[in-house]
Design a protein around this ligand. Structure first.
Ligand SMILES: [Zn+2]
Length: 174
């Protein structure tokens, strides 16, 4: 596997070329002593079911995996809790307000962005929304739709951790 700081050839503090791989997560500058770690990026995704047992899914508007299905969610901002992050992402991508958030499990993932492998830790939640919730796709979502659980096919989801999570979710809810 590629080192997470493979593309970082120079020390960001002093500009030295002697910015060497220190361990699996970091590089260290032997000239100025600066050490930089690339930790997994916190990310969220939501399972939202309505009273007809339909799952809310979105179609990805952007790369990676543009055009494939996804769960609503995204990166957690600095100074934000994971719960705040998933509520914000659902609002941005589908226009609906979340009433209740319940943590399920997490999965590591690698997200290819800008020619770099970004390691993420994806946290999955069950989110409850009002039955009158009207969805409207925006932001990173090209489309959003309610799909009956029995018609949810894992292979239509483009991101690895999302596929794994949907598989687990379907097993638990069938
Ligand atoms: Zn340096």
């Amino acid at each position: 596997m590629q080192h997470p700081l493979d593309l970082f050839h120079f020390c960001p503090k002093c500009g030295s070329e002697n910015f060497e791989i220190h361990n699996a997560l970091s590089r260290h500058c032997s000239d100025c002593g600066f050490t930089y770690y690339q930790n997994p990026r916190a990310s969220t995704a939501a399972f939202i079911l309505n009273s007809r047992n339909e799952l809310l899914v979105v179609r990805r508007a952007k790369e990676p995996a543009m055009g494939t299905l996804d769960l609503p969610g995204g990166f957690v901002d600095n100074e934000e809790t994971a719960e705040q992050g998933i509520i914000r992402e659902i609002q941005e991508e589908t226009g609906i307000g979340v009433k209740e958030v319940c943590y399920l499990f997490s999965l590591p993932n690698i997200y290819r962005y800008s020619g770099m492998d970004i390691h993420t830790l994806d946290m999955f939640f069950i989110c409850h929304v009002g039955d009158d919730a009207v969805v409207k796709a925006a932001d990173d979502a090209a489309e959003c739709m309610w799909i009956p659980l029995r018609e949810v096919y894992v292979e239509r989801f483009g991101l690895r951790s999302i596929r794994q999570a949907v598989h687990t979710f379907l097993q638990r809810n069938s």
